[in-house]
Design a protein around this ligand. Structure first.
Ligand code: ATP
Ligand code: MG
Length: 415
């Protein structure tokens, strides 16, 4: 009976889904590490949790290692250490290394977490990526611009949520980096890349011991960078009806090559059993470039979208994959999508939400679930927005129409 330790920072709605999924697996001993105290574990789950250990900071590798060690002493040998958040990937790898737990180790985690290293590894294996460099000074940055020209994109070496990611189009933009706190230094190098003008897609892949056994993909409308640069823009993620649809189908060999490169010699071990989230660019000329890959379940509602489109529960499927190295490929039955509602105007609170009823009527039967923005709510940070809706439809075009109707009707104002 595998003993799985799941790292749940807090017992919040989304995390509880994952805890519940592991708890529901027959033949699994489940323990949990959290920052929340034991009293915060939902009542219904308690009888299923063999061991619990709280640490103040679960993303601290040493604290996490101490917690997992304590659980292994109390409950028994730990077979799998799992967590869904990007920030957990490096500390979990550190704990696996120290405690001898199978799975993604620090060397593999680095391929996924360090954007510079990721691109180096991909390039070395012939996987197409944007030209990039890690710079430690403005001089080095200017030198790179001299080679590739403006615009370039700068981002943290281990970023997430598109935070501190900027487009640099001119010497003025370059000079302005200091005021944005994005000045490259020895202590805080910056990832710099040639700017790729392209449509942005994702490829979600299930690999079992390094072998891709299933894929799903989406497209972002517009790109996450445009969403961040344009605070008033609403945006959507679309999952097409047919897994053989282009451009996703043609991307499969590139996806396979990229994953093989990143898992490397560890692919055929438990490290290669994963659900990965790859973001990729499709340029006008039809060529694809890999942008980045997360060795974790995707965000921006792609998990529920995949669940709807394939009539399954992807969280449960992921838990089963991690615990048992097992995945039953799912057939696609629907197109799906997510719309994200964001506000217009200045201000720190939502002061009005209009058009929700019209949006619901216009989306019709395609609408599956909606969290309407709330008047009075504090303005959301990042790209997730003030509310969202999920749709599914028998055709890609139908899902697109429903998404368009939703974002055209819902109007949020800040004040
Ligand atoms: N080389 C590039 N050319 C054009 N746009 C880029 C490039 N690199 C990043 N971007 C834009 O910036 C966004 C964020 O970059 P990236 O995905 O590398 O960072 P991240 O912070 O890990 O993102 P997230 O966690 O939001 O997926 C991308 O989704 C894309 O829109
Ligand atoms: Mg990204």
């Amino acid at each position: 009976m595998p003993h799985v330790v799941f790292v749940a920072p807090r017992f919040l709605e989304n995390t509880n889904r994952y805890v519940r999924a592991f708890a529901a697996l027959e033949g699994v001993t489940l323990s949990v590490v959290s920052a929340d105290p034991e009293s915060a574990i939902p009542e219904a789950l308690r009888p299923r949790i063999a061991g619990h250990y709280a640490v103040p900071n679960v993303v601290d590798g040493e604290q996490l290692t101490a917690a997992v060690r304590a659980i292994s002493r109390g409950v028994g040998r730990v077979d799998r250490l799992a967590g869904a958040l990007e920030q957990l990937q490096t500390p979990m790898a550190q704990a696996r290394d120290v405690l001898g737990i199978e799975g993604i180790n620090s060397a593999v985690a680095r391929n996924f977490r360090d954007k510079d290293r990721m691109k180096e590894v991909l390039r070395a294996h012939g996987v197409p990526v944007a030209r990039s460099v890690l710079v430690r000074s403005l001089r080095e940055l200017a030198l790179f611009v001299g080679h590739v020209g403006y615009p370039v994109i700068v981002k943290p070496q281990a970023g997430l949520g598109s935070r501190a990611t900027f487009r640099v189009e001119s010497p003025e933009d370059l000079a302005a980096l200091a005021s944005k706190g994005a000045l490259p230094t020895d202590a805080q190098p910056l990832q710099v890349e040639e700017f790729v003008r392209a449509r942005e897609h994702t490829c979600e892949t299930v690999t079992v011991r390094g072998v891709p056994v299933w894929r799903s993909g989406t497209r972002y409308f517009p790109t996450p960078l445009e969403v961040l640069e344009t605070p008033w823009v609403q945006y959507c993620v679309l999952l097409p009806r047919d897994p053989g649809e282009e451009p996703w189908a043609s991307f499969a060999p590139t996806n396979a090559a990229a994953l093989a490169a990143l898992f490397g010699e560890h692919a055929s071990s438990a490290a290669g059993t994963a659900l990965t989230h790859m973001e990729w660019f499709l340029r006008e000329d039809g060529t694809a470039l890999v942008n980045e890959v997360g060795a974790r379940p995707p965000g921006v509602h792609i998990m529920p979208m995949m669940s709807m489109a394939h009539e399954t529960d992807m969280v449960r499927d992921w838990a089963e994959l991690i615990a048992f190295d097992r995945f039953v490929p799912k057939a696609r039955r629907w197109a799906a999508g997510a719309a994200f509602f964001r506000g217009q105007g200045r201000g720190t609170r939502v002061v009005s939400v209009l058009g929700v009823e019209d949006a619901v009527a216009a989306a019709g039967d395609a609408l599956v679930e909606m969290r309407a923005p709330k008047v009075g709510a504090a303005r959301a940070e990042g790209y997730e927005g003030e509310g969202w809706a999920l749709v599914k439809h028998a055709s890609t075009e139908g899902a697109k129409r429903a998404l368009k109707a939703l974002i055209e009707h819902v109007q949020v104002r800040y004040g």
